[in-house]
Design a protein around this ligand. Structure first.
Ligand code: NAD
Length: 497
């Protein structure tokens, strides 16, 4: 493992730092601002407007007006789609700036962000833009002298609350199906990574999305976020974040107006490697599954179960990766792993590593912070991990994996399911029967067989158990923002006529 000393430290120009309400960038009512920091150094990048309840009220008012009287929900789906395609092009044209903003705000590798996050964001707008004119109800036969049909209508004003690990991507993944459905919205980015959301807000205006349709409130979760989830005039909330906060979101919705809720929450995903798996591929998948995006992945393969026949060889090959793994400035294309998002997350990950050592697991490699400045942590692998240790149970959200041994397929299934989460799981085997049996037995929303981290806009993505409910991506995501209305009419020989 090399620590990259030659910091590139490029800094993109910061153009937007104010709240975006009703098509204009404005200060928060209180005038308050908060600092957003560069995780490469811990230094302040800039100050951003701190939205609170009164600002959320203003944003909801704008979104309500745009929904109740504006053109967006009344426009043809085809025309909404055309505007969304324009936004997709703008996101791609400004991909460099967006990737740089996500990089300085959250420590993501800039070249990966540009190649993956920005492309996925633009394609989300294209996928749902293409679906915007294909929202159809059904006709129904009735047992009496009636016929019925259903209408699918936009649900209203939607609140989107997003995390910091994929700021541009989640912004787009949330707004795209909501726009296609004809809704209006308030987006609250995470306080750690507000910059790209404000830049995107400006692009939505340039694309021609009418004022009030998209409003962006930067600020903290317990204030701005909670004001959205408890607002009486917000009709639906779509939340991506931790399970802990997901519970608060659901509670706030229940205590206010029973708004619909969808939750994309945490994970502690198993990767199960059977004796017959291609060992080199398995090692690469385990490494990337644990350390891609510095382990700040809800779908990270943080529990690696390896069958006893290949366990020793697997471990030997796994640690060979360490020497080629470069930690350093995420603007440097040679680097594989940048800093954790902030001091809080950095210290939390190091605390888990200390707990793992204290509780009796064996530290195979890593375990330390890297460098004097910034929030860099070595890729860390534990073995001899008992199922009840905190490092095996909790979502660490950092570059830490636990490798554990199993004997039989039954034991693998039982261990994989021994978690309150149910987001994703990986199965590595050349035996189709084993793959099929384990796929059906593991309680998770996504199963990867002989692959990992695969995602596609046309395939629903979301968790089971305490990883949440309601899908992002796929046409299912658009359904979250549509109400079904049933209309009955009498037919020609009905006594009602
Ligand atoms: P978090 O739950 O702390 O914060 C997420 C968002 O919720 C932020 O915008 C935050 O400001 C807001 N928030 C915090 N308290 C709130 C409150 N009381 N009311 C309303 N909003 C509030 O999560 P995080 O640390 O930003 O992100 C990491 C978590 O997100 C991990 O658990 C990860 O697994 C999860 N995640 C899940 C998915 C998925 O698709 N399932 C994807 C990415 C991240």
């Amino acid at each position: 493992m090399a620590s990259n000393g030659s910091s590139v430290l490029k800094m993109p120009e910061i153009k937007f730092t104010k709240l975006f309400i009703n098509g204009a960038f404005i200060d928060s009512i209180s005038g308050k601002k908060f600092e957003t920091r560069d995780p490469r150094t811990g230094d302040v990048i800039t100050e951003v407007a701190e939205g609170d309840k009164e600002d959320v009220d203003l944003a909801v008012k704008a979104a309500r007006e745009a929904f109740d009287h504006g053109s967006w929900p009344r426009m043809s789906g085809f025309n909404r789609g055309m505007i969304m395609l324009k936004l997709a092009d703008l996101i791609e044209q400004h991909g460099e700036e967006l990737a740089m903003l996500d990089s300085i705000d959250s420590g993501k590798l800039v070249h990966v962000t540009k190649a993956f996050d920005i492309k996925f964001a633009a394609d989300s707008l294209r996928y749902y833009g293409g679906a915007a004119d294909k929202i159809n109800g059904e006709t129904h036969k009735c047992s009496g002298e009636f016929q019925a049909y259903t209408l699918k209508e936009p649900i209203g004003v939607v609140g989107h609350i997003i995390p910091w690990n994929f700021p541009t991507l989640f912004f787009a993944v949330k707004i795209a199906p909501t726009l296609a459905a004809g809704c209006t919205m308030i987006v609250k980015p995470a306080e750690q990574s507000p910059l790209s959301a404000l830049y995107l807000a400006h692009l939505t205006k340039e694309a021609g999305i009418p004022d009030g349709v998209i409003n962006v409130i930067t600020g903290y979760g317990p204030t701005a976020g909670a004001a959205i989830t408890s607002h009486m005039d917000v009709d639906a909330v779509s939340f991506t974040g931790s399970t802990e906060v997901g519970k608060l979101v659901m509670g706030a919705a229940a205590a206010s107006n029973l708004k619909t809720v969808s939750l994309e929450l945490g994970g502690k995903c198993p990767l199960i490697v059977f004796n017959d798996a291609d060992i080199n591929m398995s090692v690469q998948i385990a490494w990337q599954g644990g350390f891609f995006n510095k382990g700040e992945m809800c779908v990270a393969g943080s529990r690696v179960y390896v069958q006893e026949g290949i366990y020793d060889e697997f471990l030997k090959k796994l640690i060979e990766n360490v020497k080629d793994w470069v930690i350093g400035d995420p603007f440097d294309p040679q680097v594989h792993q940048g800093p954790q998002v902030d001091k809080e997350q950095f210290e939390k990950v190091l605390r888990y590593i200390e707990a793992g050592k204290r509780e009796g697991a064996t530290l195979l490699t890593g375990g330390k912070a890297v460098g004097e400045k910034g929030y860099y942590i070595e890729p860390t692998i534990f073995t001899d991990v008992k199922e009840d240790l905190s490092i095996a149970k909790d979502e660490i959200f950092g570059p830490v994996i636990c490798v554990m041994k199993f004997k039989t397929i039954e034991e693998a299934i039982e261990k994989a399911n021994n978690t309150r989460y149910g987001l994703a799981a990986g199965i590595l085997t050349n035996d189709l029967n084993v793959a099929n049996r384990v796929s059906r037995s593991v309680r998770a929303g996504i199963i990867w067989v002989n692959c990992f981290f695969i995602t596609d806009l046309n395939v629903p993505c979301g968790g089971h158990k305490m990883s949440g409910f309601g899908k992002d991506s796929g046409l299912q995501a658009m359904e979250k923002y549509l109400n079904v209305k049933s209309v009955f009419t009498p037919i020609y020989n009905s006594p009602w006529l």
